[in-house]
Write a protein that binds this ligand. Structure first.
Ligand SMILES: [Zn+2]
Ligand SMILES: [Zn+2]
Length: 194
């Protein structure tokens, strides 16, 4: 494909695009690591591992209202398994279709700040279109709440904390002291009811 720019950031200077006639486009191929896109979660992984990587085609088009951004991105988000806390790479599809409005007139230099609250969809006074906030929200919405490393993950032993996927621990047969305490409580209650 001709005229495709590979970009590691999802921040674009659209000054030139806005000078071109309506309908002008820029094609980008996103290949970005976006650590800050998801909330910090405790992960047993190296600091160099990307928490979120985003790849895929992204098109910017000059439209009457500003710049239309369309993208069909694939995200790979690293999340802890809810049972064993091991990192799990979750593939997500992130479709983007948003129109960003300029906040300054390119010809006159005057402020044309739109009267709406959607700050994430503004092109700033330096003609910078920053897609990070939009993508962050899209990724957050797409992330599943319940991530497991595999359907039959055995999780951690409630007593010793050993990852049971790596084998049984020695305390398998012993009852969990917390359950024992609860059991006593229940028996106390029963006694009182009598
Ligand atoms: Zn697991
Ligand atoms: Zn154990």
């Amino acid at each position: 494909m001709a005229n495709v720019t590979v970009t590691e950031k999802v921040i674009f200077n659209v000054a030139q695009l806005l000078k071109e006639p309506v309908g002008a486009t820029r094609n980008h191929l996103v290949d970005a690591d976006l650590q800050d896109l998801v909330p910090d979660t405790e992960l047993n992984q190296g600091p160099d591992e990307p928490r979120v990587s985003l790849t895929g085609p992204l098109r910017l088009m000059h439209v009457t209202d500003g710049v239309l951004v369309q993208g069909d991105l694939s995200a790979l988000v690293t999340m802890p398994c809810v049972r064993c806390l091991e990192p799990v790479r979750v593939p997500l599809n992130v479709a983007v279709e948003e129109t960003f409005e300029p906040t300054i007139d390119l010809i006159t230099g005057q402020s044309v700040r739109p009267e709406e609250e959607e700050r994430a969809l503004w092109i700033d006074e330096h003609h910078i279109l920053d897609l990070q906030e939009v993508l962050r929200q899209d990724v957050l919405v797409a992330i599943p709440v319940h991530v497991v490393c595999r359907p039959d993950c055995r999780g951690l032993c409630a007593t010793c904390g050993k990852n049971l996927n790596e084998g049984d621990c020695d305390c398998q047969s012993e009852p969990d002291p917390r359950w024992a305490a609860l059991q006593e409580l229940l028996e106390d209650t029963k006694d009182k009811e009598k």
